[in-house]
Design a protein around this ligand. Structure first.
Ligand SMILES: Nc1nc2c(ncn2[C@@H]2O[C@H](COP(=O)(O)OP(=O)(O)OP(=O)(O)O)[C@@H](O)[C@H]2O)c(=O)[nH]1
Length: 187
């Protein structure tokens, strides 16, 4: 088996959209109902990707952002891929996704970044403010993968991070190997 590959992933989004809950469900397999604003926390988890490739993921859970928050250099330099999260029950948080992506692009001086856009709290269907069709549109416009997920019900949590690795590797491999049809995972 080849040696494991290390990839750094930053999870960004507006306040209280469920970033920490998503990361903790992925790493620790637990969901906590109470809310403690995040300052910043890093986690490490090893995953098996595509059957026989080991990846060591360093995941940076970040403080919630608004349009005026400056982008921390730590989340722009040396990061391989991004999870940009919003809550399906908050249109404002959805609008932050584009703002954040533009900030990263500007900061890094690139035209494209590996990212997966995540509609978090997908269990809150009765409070939904953002339709899947809107998510699809934004993801397509930004060359990003997308998915809806619930940390509470543990739906699509692992897939979020596998999709992020897929977006990273897709670019590193020069668009070889991963057909576009696999990039969108709504269930
Ligand atoms: N219904 C539901 N609630 C969730 C879900 N994920 C998180 N929450 C709740 O939403 C609140 C905020 O969750 P956090 O994970 O702390 O959100 P965050 O984005 O890390 O917040 P900041 O650190 O302030 O940016 C908490 O009360 C969570 O219990 C989910 O999938 N479904």
């Amino acid at each position: 088996m080849p040696p494991p590959k290390r990839r750094k992933i930053a999870v960004l989004g507006a306040r209280s959209v469920g970033k920490s809950s998503l990361v903790r469900q992925f790493i620790e397999k637990q969901f906590i109902d109470s809310y403690y604003p995040t300052i910043e926390r890093a986690y490490v988890k090893s995953i098996n990707y595509r059957g026989n490739e080991e990846y060591i993921l360093e995941i940076f859970d970040t403080a919630g952002q608004d349009e005026f928050s400056p982008l921390n250099a730590q989340y722009a330099i040396g990061i391989h891929g991004y999870v940009l999260a919003y809550s399906i029950a908050s249109r404002n948080s959805f609008e932050m996704v584009q703002i954040l992506r533009d900030k990263i692009i500007d900061y890094c001086g690139v035209t494209d970044i590996p990212c997966v856009i995540v509609g978090a709290k997908s269990d809150l269907e009765s409070s939904r403010q953002v339709q899947i069709s809107e998510l699809e549109k934004v993801a397509e416009a930004n060359n990003a993968a997308y998915i809806e997920s619930s940390a509470k019900d543990d739906i699509n949590v692992t897939r979020v991070f596998h999709l992020c690795v897929q977006e990273i590797e897709r670019r590193l491999e020069g668009n070889q190997g991963v057909p576009p049809v696999n990039r969108c995972l709504i269930q």
